[in-house]
Ligand binder design. Structure first.
Ligand SMILES: C[S@@+](CC[C@H](N)C(=O)[O-])C[C@H]1O[C@@H](n2cnc3c(N)ncnc32)[C@H](O)[C@@H]1O
Length: 256
């Protein structure tokens, strides 16, 4: 049974077992958001491979890999590197079995098989989904990113307040085990940096892209922070503008 089917079954089971508790429209409509999000295409892997082809990327780094068959192994790039401390996947067949913080620390002090002057063309950040960590990952990644390169972030567009909870293990909500964490807060914050440009593709839980180069439709937020307290309700009301949400297919047409 594939991932999506499993979650549809989970959802239906919860709904049936918990009828008394969960049979309200708010719960039902919020739970439905997971199903809708999972049906969106293209998936992150297609977007990453597309961006790799746009700049003829030669060096790819993935932070947070879990099962590499799901994404890493499908990435088409000549030189690929992976970082993961192995929290969620015991095998953890990655190049650097460590946290992203330790990886960047060692990279900066030349303690790894790759050298500190390496520049990646594409860095995919999908490690610990807590905003402070994601921000650190973005800032560290920028030091090792080529000028025309892309930082790609998964899970930037949580469909409900439950999907963007801080605690992954709290599953007794309409989001069940679906979890985007608070990645969106780091993405939104970085969107206020005037030297960076970004866009978020409205698919696969929000695929955020950051670059130093201003690709078509990429922008940044010029005003002061409008969502000063990083409230989900404010994101929800202004997500198109605050995340610079676009449909990927439309963007590829503008881009050509
Ligand atoms: C969402 S999964 C990655 C999924 C994968 N990138 C994909 O697209 O299919 C998150 C991974 O991040 C890893 N992780 C957790 N904390 C981390 C950290 N501090 N640094 C790097 N990776 C971390 C976990 O072990 C887990 O394998």
């Amino acid at each position: 049974m594939n991932f999506l089917k499993q979650h549809v079954v989970d959802f239906l089971n919860t709904y049936r077992i918990g009828k008394q508790i969960y049979f309200d429209d708010y719960f039902k409509n919020t739970a439905q958001l997971s199903i809708s999000e999972n049906l969106k295409t293209p998936r992150r892997t297609d977007i990453i491979n597309y961006l790799i082809s746009v700049i003829d990327a030669q060096f790819y780094l993935e932070i947070g890999v879990r099962d590499p068959r799901k994404n890493f192994n499908k990435i088409q790039c000549k030189n690929k590197y992976s970082v993961d401390p192995g929290i969620e996947f015991e095998d953890n067949p990655v190049d650097f079995k460590m946290t992203s913080d330790l990886f960047f620390e060692k990279l900066k002090s030349d303690e790894l098989k790759i050298k500190s002057d390496i520049k990646f063309d594409v860095i995919y950040i999908d490690g610990l989904h807590i905003s402070s960590q994601v921000e650190k990952d973005i800032l560290n990644s920028l030091e090792f990113l080529n000028d025309n390169g892309f930082i790609i972030l998964h899970d930037c567009n949580p469909p409900s307040v439950f999907h963007q909870r801080e605690e992954y293990n709290f599953k007794n909500s309409p989001a069940k085990s679906f979890w985007n964490g608070t990645t969106w807060k780091a993405f939104y914050k970085v969107r206020h940096q005037s030297d960076l440009f970004s866009i978020c593709f409205d698919t696969d839980w929000g695929v955020g892209i950051i670059s130093r180069k201003q690709y078509p439709s990429f922008n940044n937020i010029k005003d002061k922070v409008q969502n000063e307290y990083y409230e989900f309700s404010v994101l929800n009301k202004h997500r198109k503008e605050h995340l610079n949400l676009h449909l990927f297919e439309e963007w590829t047409k503008i881009k050509k």
